[in-house]
Structures are given as structure tokens and as C-alpha cells.
Design a protein around this ligand. Sequence first.
Ligand code: HEC
Ligand code: HEC
Ligand code: HEC
Ligand code: HEC
Ligand code: HEC
Length: 414
Amino acid sequence: MVMRDSIPVKIAIGAAIVLALLFSSWFGSSSFAQETAKPQNTLEKSFPSSSKCKRCHERVFEEWEISPLAHSIHSPAFRASLDTFLVSPAGKDKAQCFRCHAPHIREFPDQVQHFIEQAKSGDPLLDGVACAQCHLIKHVDRAKQPPEPKYELGSMTLYGPYKDFVPNLAHQSMELGLFQKSDLCLNCHQSVPSATNLGKTNDLLGSWDQDKMTKAGKECQTCHMPEQVGESANGEKKRKVANHTFPGRLGKLRQEAAKLDVQTKIEGEKTTITVKVQSLVPHNLPATHPAWASVLLDLDIKGKNLKTVFTDKRVYGRVYQDAKGQKTTFDFEAVKVLEDTVLKPDETRVETFTFPTPKDTRTFDVEVTLSYAPLTGPAPFIQRVEAESSRGSFDPAFQPIEIIKYVENVPVNR
Ligand code: HEC
Ligand code: HEC
Ligand code: HEC
Ligand code: HEC
Ligand code: HEC
């Protein structure tokens, strides 16, 4: 375009061009934009793509880009479960998954087919949970279940944490207390609508609001968007900023999830190991959407030549039943919780394992591992995920993610 070719102009003109470009293509209604508007353009004008923010917010963009939020409609597991959902009775509400995974659907419900096609393409051009999808939220209604966001579109204002923001030519800024409150996160993280018929058990986080850390003023952001010092916008003065990699399963926050206390008691032929799993998380661990999400406690006893002589495990998660009385891997099919072994906020769970004392060795190794479990489910679903993934059965969904590991060499005194 002509404007691009004439870059070396005075800064003031450059700024004016930026302003014109941004306003017309983001929020504005220039006649040109209207004439050539395809449905996507309207969507794109109301929810500017994250690549537009990257120009000035490079640090934030690069953090967000590697976060799970940036890939919320990209994973093979998402595509495979979306497919299953769409052919299920609950699938009549086609937009349901996108209300959290690409929440701009809320303002463009008639474009649901476009969202579905984008997700199914495996390489969507459409953003999932990107910058505008959060920074245009003006209010979250917590009386609704799940809580509902209210978007403020067309005012060219992006909401954020700063009162003393540096003004800029691309957008208006406004401080909104919501951005430092859990409320902003709860509209997607508190419960899933598909499971409302589960009543009180339809809570992903458990009684987090009663937890001592929550009561002491910790918000989701305190731990999942930790404070750091850096540039909020390119070239601006360094200040307090929020980490946008959203550490969770990935990132070092994981090391703060739990403590393991392991006691081994050898009584002749019989050995008993007691493991105390102390959750340090102020909400359920794991959060139980998708329904297959679970945490594993693995015990591995290695005897002579480090050969495994005994293994056992415990699973922390939920088992759901569908309307036909069968176990189901999908929360949108669930009508009942059969089993709930999720670690509740701050809970300490005591597990006991008994096994024959390893023979022909003077010592043995006790290995206890707590990890996020790999995806499991009915064979057709697993095959579907493999088929959707360029890495097949090596897709990250099939890999466990270690949270914490305890290793001890125990002498056998005979
Ligand atoms: C519009 C819906 C939405 C909002 C609002 C939202 N999230 Fe999320 N969040 C998601 C989705 C969807 C994922 C899963 C992305 C994926 O892996 O496909 C996710 C993933 C995460 C993860 C990674 C979880 C893991 O298993 O590693 C963290 C941490 C997180 N969000 C924290 C937050 C925090 C903190 C806030 C509030 C500041 C927030 N989210 C607001 C939808 C949302
Ligand atoms: C109320 C908001 C909400 C709705 C509705 C929702 N999800 Fe999610 N979804 C999330 C959040 C938040 C996460 C991240 C959870 C975590 O890591 O603890 C997530 C994670 C996932 C994941 C694992 C991460 C990934 O991308 O592979 C899958 C798969 C998934 N959702 C599928 C679906 C499907 C299919 C639907 C529709 C039936 C759906 N979700 C509806 C909020 C939602
Ligand atoms: C899941 C919601 C969410 C997403 C997605 C998100 N943000 Fe934020 N952002 C927040 C919250 C919440 C804060 C305030 C955190 C705090 O102060 O504790 C914030 C703070 C900011 C700030 C001021 C502090 C800083 O770190 O510079 C900027 C600028 C910003 N976001 C830009 C962006 C851009 C650009 C993107 C996309 C690349 C983005 N955000 C994606 C929720 C989000
Ligand atoms: C022309 C450059 C430019 C572009 C493009 C731009 N911003 Fe900004 N933005 C800034 C500057 C400069 C600040 C002020 C930073 C500061 O005060 O440290 C800012 C501040 C913000 C804040 C903080 C507001 C507050 O009061 O807390 C948010 C949130 C934000 N931008 C989001 C975005 C998002 C989302 C996009 C893309 C839709 C975007 N910005 C595009 C330059 C830009
Ligand atoms: C005191 C710190 C703290 C606070 C506050 C906190 N979390 Fe967490 N959260 C953790 C830790 C620790 C983990 C487990 C380790 C990990 O996955 O990083 C975790 C895990 C998660 C996960 C991924 C695990 C999973 O099972 O899928 C999500 C999603 C999440 N938290 C969301 C939230 C939301 C939403 C809030 C606000 C209501 C919140 N957290 C408040 C510390 C915190």
C-alpha cells in the first residue's frame, strides 16, 4: 500500500498514519472497510488480532504466544473432542466450546460455522484466547453460572491494570480493577456449562474462595500472572508488568504444587510405605475440565540392579457417568460423578502401600512421582487424537508432566 512505501516521513505523520490504520481496521467504520467487509472483517474489527498488538507490545506478545491460551483451539485433543461434542445431544449448542476457547463467538454467534472450520483446519488464523478477548472485557457477572463476561466494543478502549498508563495513538486505555481480580478468570475457569446438571459438583476449582490464601488476598493473577519488571510497551520506561506465559502445567509454578513426605517401614518380609501428599494449591488439583484431567501418584520400587520389583499408583481426578449409565471421558455427556479423588484446596492425602521386602539386595530405591497424567479414554477417541496430530502417538497430550519427584535409597537391615 502507498502508506507503507512512504515510511520516512515526519513522526507526527507516521503517528497519524498508525492512528488511521488502526482505527479504520480495528474499530472504525470507514466506508472502504464496509464495502469490502466479509464477515471475518467485522469480527476482526471488533476483536483486533493479537498480531496488531505485537507491534507495540512485543514482550507481552512473546510471552502470550508460548502460553496455552494462545493455542486454545489448536490442539488435536481439542479438535477430536469438539468433533465428539458436535455429534452428541449437547452439541446442538454449537458455540458452547468456543465461549471459552475463542470467546469472541459471544458477540458473533451467527459465525459459529466459521469458528468450527477454523478450529478443524488444525492451523487456525482465528485467535483463541488472545489480547482483545481479555482486554475488551468490561465486567464479569458472577451471579451467572458459569460467570459471564460483558464485552465493551466500539469504544476503542482497552482495559488494563494501569491508572498511570502512558497515552498512545492506537487505543484509549482505562484502568479497571477487574484485571487484578480472579473474577476475570472465573468466567472460563470456574465451571463448564455442559455439566450443569451435575449440580454442586460442577466446580472445577472446588472451594477456592474459602481457602486461606484466597482470604489473604491472593488472586489467580498472583500465581498465574506473576509480577515482574519490564517494558509494558516497546521503548517505554520499565515498570511492574504481569507475566503473560500463564504458568500452569508448564512453567516453574509446578514445583510449588505439592510436598511429598515419604516414610518407609521394613518389618521382615513386609515393607510399608506411607506417602503424605500435601497440596499447596488453593484450589482443586487437578481442575477437572477436560474430564480426563487427572494427577497420578506413582510408586516405583527398584531392587537389585535397579530392576523394578514393585509398582503401584493412585489417581486424583473424577470419574463421570453418562445418561446410559456408562463411564464417560467427556464432561458434556456427564450426568453424575461416580468417583471424586481430586486433591481439595490445601488437602493432605495419606496413601499407604504394602509389598514384599525386596530380596537379594542390601538396599532398594523408593521413587515417588506426582505428575499430570497423559490423556486416556476410549480407543476410538485416542485413535482420533493420534490421527489429528502430526506427531501421532507422540502428541504432547500423551506425555505425562512431572510435578514433583522423591527418590530415596533405603537399606535393608537383616
Ligand atoms: C475466555 C476464557 C478464559 C479466560 C477469561 C481466562 N482463561 Fe485461562 N484458559 C482458558 C483456556 C481455554 C485454557 C486452555 C488452553 C488450552 O490448553 O487449550 C486456559 C488455560 C490457562 C492456564 C494453563 C492451564 C494449564 O493446565 O497449564 C492458566 C494458568 C490460565 N488459563 C490462567 C488464567 C488466568 C490467571 C486468567 C485470568 C487472568 C485466565 N486464565 C482467564 C480460557 C480462559
Ligand atoms: C467455561 C469455559 C469452557 C468451556 C465452555 C469449555 N472449555 Fe475446554 N477448557 C477451558 C479451560 C479453562 C481449560 C484449561 C483447563 C486447565 O488446564 O485446567 C480448557 C481445556 C480444554 C482442553 C485441554 C487443552 C487442549 O486444548 O487440548 C480440551 C481438549 C478442551 N478444553 C475441550 C473443550 C471442548 C470440546 C469443549 C466443548 C464441549 C470445551 N472445552 C468447553 C474452558 C472451557
Ligand atoms: C487471559 C486474559 C489475558 C490475555 C489473553 C492477555 N492479557 Fe494482558 N493482562 C491481563 C491481566 C489480568 C492483566 C493485569 C495483570 C495484573 O496486573 O496482575 C494484564 C496486563 C496487561 C498489560 C499491562 C501489564 C503488562 O504486562 O505489560 C498489557 C500491556 C497487556 N496486558 C497487553 C496484552 C496483550 C498485548 C496481550 C496479547 C498478546 C494480552 N495482554 C493478553 C489479562 C490478559
Ligand atoms: C501504537 C502502539 C500500540 C498498539 C498497536 C497497541 N498498544 Fe496497547 N499500549 C501502548 C502503550 C504505549 C501503552 C502504555 C504502556 C505503559 O503505560 O507503560 C499501552 C497500554 C496498554 C494496556 C494497559 C492499559 C491500562 O490502562 O492498564 C493494555 C491492556 C494494552 N495496551 C493492550 C493492547 C492491546 C490488546 C492491543 C492490540 C489490540 C494494543 N494494546 C495495541 C501502545 C500500543
Ligand atoms: C497461591 C497460588 C495460586 C493461586 C492464588 C491460584 N493458583 Fe492455580 N495453581 C497453583 C499451583 C501451584 C498449581 C499447580 C501447579 C501448576 O500446574 O503449575 C495451579 C494450577 C492451576 C491450573 C492448571 C492445573 C490443572 O489442573 O489444570 C489452572 C488452570 C489454575 N491453577 C487456575 C487458577 C485460577 C483460575 C485461579 C483463581 C481462581 C488460581 N488458579 C489461583 C497456584 C495458584
